[in-house]
Design a protein around this ligand. Structure first.
Ligand SMILES: NC(=O)c1ccc[n+]([C@@H]2O[C@H](COP(=O)([O-])OP(=O)(O)OC[C@H]3O[C@@H](n4cnc5c(N)ncnc54)[C@H](OP(=O)(O)O)[C@@H]3O)[C@@H](O)[C@H]2O)c1
Length: 268
């Protein structure tokens, strides 16, 4: 008997999502991997099924920003008689640069994937978890959820939504056997920076190397967190310390600090 009968992982074609699939594989009977890049998903499915004979991997290539496609995915999963008992809402993207210069299509896509899709899939799969009296929902938020961040204004706001929603849902679900955890990583080397970068800006988001945490560690700590029913996971000591520090500051101090932080964005 494995820890999870079926784990659904969004954004499994790269970065943290791929790592979630790799680390969850020994503990799952089946897995549903979702992202747009089908070739990446197929490659991961092959690797996992080769390494774990007990595991069945289903893959669905889907644009999660598309509500009709999400509805299709939800009915595909229920027709296949798969009931996720772990939902990893990981798919997400950023957009680095001034809000006034932002491309609206990318801004809308980011809000749709980071917030609406996460909420929609939670709403769709929660009833079965409640009926079974057990389940886990791991929502990938960010350390950025704690701060208003100039040049990352909408991204940080979407992650504030994720953390707030996760905390409230967790309270609603107290005593039901369904755990909700918000994972709040600081910087991690994945494809995130490339995707967040704007074509018309030479600058991309980067932080001091010392604050980066390996994706392996981020996922390891997240999986412990969901098992322990931790409300939030801040992976890595420096990130955890930063989160603690930010949490102790009054809004006026945060405003002052974020306002005096040097801006690194310069249009070409
Ligand atoms: N890396 C960091 O520094 C960092 C820090 C804090 C939080 N996070 C959060 O961690 C999560 C994972 O990001 P990552 O760092 O692993 O970035 P990544 O390497 O760019 O991976 C993002 C994943 O999301 C999927 N995705 C994006 N848009 C999608 C869409 N419309 N439909 C379906 N799938 C979509 C991508 O798949 P396809 O492109 O194949 O669709 C990819 O698998 C995100 O929620 C991000 O906000 C990242």
């Amino acid at each position: 008997m494995k820890t999870y009968s079926c784990a659904l992982i969004t954004g499994a074609s790269a970065g943290l999502g791929e790592e979630f699939a790799i680390q969850l594989a020994p503990d799952c009977e089946s897995m549903i991997l979702v992202a747009r890049r089908e070739d990446r998903l197929a490659d991961l499915k092959n690797r996992l099924e080769r390494n774990y004979s007990h595991l069945t991997v289903h893959m669905v290539a889907a644009d999660l920003a598309d509500r009709d496609r999400r509805n299709q995915l939800i009915s595909q999963i229920s027709h296949a008689d798969l009931t996720p008992d772990l939902l990893v809402n990981n798919a997400g993207l950023g957009d680095y640069g001034e809000f006034t210069q932002a491309d609206w299509a990318k801004t809308e896509l980011m809000m749709e994937v980071n917030m609406t899709c996460l909420t929609h899939l939670t709403h769709a799969f929660l009833p079965a978890m409640l009926a079974n009296g057990k389940g886990g929902i791991l929502n990938v938020s960010s350390l950025a959820s704690l701060l208003p961040i100039p040049d990352f204004a909408v991204y940080a706001a979407t992650k504030s939504y994720v953390s707030s929603f996760s905390e409230a849902l967790r309270l609603e679900l107290k005593g039901t056997g369904v755990n909700v955890t918000a994972l709040c990583p600081g910087p991690v080397h994945t494809e995130f920076g490339d995707v967040a970068k704007r074509e018309d800006l030479s600058k991309e988001f980067s932080a001091r190397e010392m604050v980066y945490v390996d994706k392996e560690q981020v996922v390891r700590e997240a999986l412990v967190g969901i098992k322990r029913n931790s409300p939030r996971v801040y992976p890595g000591l420096l990130v955890a310390a930063a989160a603690l520090g930010i949490g102790l500051l009054p809004v006026a101090a945060i405003r002052l600090i974020m306002g005096s932080r040097p801006r690194r964005i310069l249009p070409d």
